[in-house]
Write a protein that binds this ligand. Structure first.
Ligand SMILES: O=c1ccn([C@@H]2O[C@H](COP(=O)(O)OP(=O)(O)O[C@H]3O[C@H](CO)[C@@H](O)[C@H](O)[C@H]3O)[C@@H](O)[C@H]2O)c(=O)[nH]1
Length: 474
């Protein structure tokens, strides 16, 4: 007699930052599309709206599990997403979310058919212990690449100290392939702010160790881009056995117009403007959803764009438009360049812009999602890493794969608008070799996502492995 298959119930727990939410919800979308799961997604009231498109597509499959946001020192009431908070809030957001452990456990115990696995962001390491208590599996979701993750895991495992109390002293990662090294100031700010014995610091450290002990790991990357680092993770995380899945670049199968937010400018206006431009002549500039540029940096970018004479779209975070950004007068700048440039204040339809044939260059902070989106669009990558994993992403793109050009690094060096202008001009008019290399990587990414590609196969293996946990199905 045929056994009736029950869908496998899994619990997704995202971290409320757009660069983390967007890819884990893309993964959720892919899992929901298989028809083999019921999926519960943990969220808080102010983050519910980002789930709406998925909920309307998969109302029978995906259910939100909404908990009040836990009140926490360092996070103002009413703020539940890091896009509305300064970068240092990461230190507070991680402990805040750990307070959801008990409510989630109580919710789990009330379920007639509880989840067999948790897939949760790497900032939620405590979910490993929760999963162990509940007798289920935990899969870490890494919105960062495999190289960035290898470096950060190595940091928390080995706990290097600041060399000679010098911000510029190098820390060497001997155990990571290609032995990268970074000056202290380029290491993860969450790591640098660690204070031994401090409760929040210890919770964050435990979280990373718990990540390394979890049952599996999903990385938003693909083997042609980072195979060596995937293998390294596979070998160094013995607990993961063969359960490291590189399933990227994750993208929304639904299209990209409202990916991660509602565009603050009419999408049709932007596409009509781009339609009037020649192939590859437009430079797109964005520094993601976390970096807070200084007034001086805004000024350098504006002057660089103005002096270069290139066509451009510059996405400026709304907090930087509202904030006091020194001498920089965005409105005057816009007026001066209105014939050849667009400034988007607030959320930009980034993937749509990058994939337009007129856009040929991306000046990026090297956030991992932007990196993958740039590769998928086959645009030249001008990189200006600011923090987090962005310095290792820059190493990968510029030094190892030679598909990016390093413009500047971080906040503290001297930035010269004339030099930036020249780099922008060169990227639009020259650099054919760089362009060929990025096109090749774009093809590799598309290949990875094709039916028999490495990422599609990894996704299928992940799906099968999760379904095996469901005794009713096996
Ligand atoms: O106006 C905007 C701004 C951003 N995005 C999207 O938002 C995401 C931004 O992600 P990312 O490029 O990774 O930048 P951050 O927001 O800075 O991401 C944080 O999270 C990433 C994943 O861990 C890290 O790689 C980064 O260093 C960290 O800053 C991308 O999908 C963008 O397409 C838009 O669509 N419109």
């Amino acid at each position: 007699m045929a056994v009736e298959l029950q869908p496998t119930h899994i619990l997704i727990i995202p971290y409320p930052a757009q660069g983390h939410l967007i890819p884990i919800l893309d993964l959720t979308h892919h899992l929901a599309s298989t028809g083999r799961f019921t999926i519960s997604v943990v969220t808080t009231p102010k983050n519910l709206s980002i789930l709406s498109p998925l909920l309307s597509l998969f109302s029978d499959v995906i259910s939100p599990v909404v908990f009040p946001f836990p009140a926490t020192d360092g996070i103002p009431a009413g703020k539940e997403n890091t896009k509305d908070l300064p970068p240092a809030s990461f230190r507070h957001m991680i402990p805040a979310l750990a307070k959801l452990e008990d409510p989630i456990r109580r919710w789990f115990e009330s379920q007639s058919s509880p989840p067999v696995a948790i897939i949760s962001d790497f900032f939620l390491g405590w979910t490993h212990r929760l999963a162990v208590k509940l007798g289920i599996k935990r899969v870490v979701f890494s919105p960062s690449g495999a190289m960035g993750l290898s470096v950060v895991y190595s940091l928390w495992r080995d706990m290097p100290k600041k060399p000679d109390q010098d911000e510029n002293g190098d820390v060497l990662f001997k155990d990571v392939p290609n032995c990268p090294k970074y000056p202290w100031w380029q290491l993860s700010p969450v790591y640098r702010s660690y204070v031994e014995g401090d409760a929040d610091s210890e919770l964050i450290k435990e979280g990373y160790l718990d990540n390394m002990a979890s049952w599996g790991l999903v990385v938003n990357s693909f083997d042609d881009l980072e195979g060596v680092y995937k293998d390294h993770l596979m070998n160094s995380l013995s607990s993961h056995d063969d359960r490291v899945w590189t399933v990227g670049p994750l993208a929304s199968p639904r299209g990209h117009e409202d990916r991660g937010g509602v565009s603050s400018i009419e999408v049709s206006k932007i596409s009509s403007w781009l339609d009037m431009c020649q192939d590859d002549e437009v430079v797109y500039v964005s520094f993601g959803t976390q970096a807070l540029l200084t007034g001086q940096q805004m000024e350098v970018i504006a002057q660089g764009l103005e002096r270069s004479g290139v066509k451009f779209i510059w996405a400026v975070r709304d907090v930087m438009v509202q904030g006091d950004h020194g001498k920089m007068d965005l409105l005057e700048f816009e007026e001066r360049v209105k014939d050849r440039g667009v400034v988007i204040k607030g959320w930009a339809p980034q993937v749509m812009i990058l994939s337009h044939r007129a856009v040929g260059t991306f000046l990026t902070h090297c956030g991992w999602n932007s990196t993958l989106e740039g590769i998928m669009a086959g645009v030249r990558l001008l990189v200006w890493p600011m923090g987090a994993d962005q310095f290792s992403n820059a190493t990968l793109l510029v030094d190892h794969l030679k598909i990016g050009v390093r413009v500047y690094e971080g906040f503290n060096m001297v930035h010269d608008p004339c030099e930036l202008a020249q780099i922008l001009v060169n990227s639009v008019t020259q650099d054919q070799d760089g362009r060929r290399r990025i096109k090749k990587m774009q093809n590799n990414a598309l290949e990875a996502l094709s039916e028999n590609g490495t990422s599609s196969k990894a996704l299928l293996r992940l799906v099968n492995k999760l379904c095996e946990l469901n005794e009713k199905e096996c």
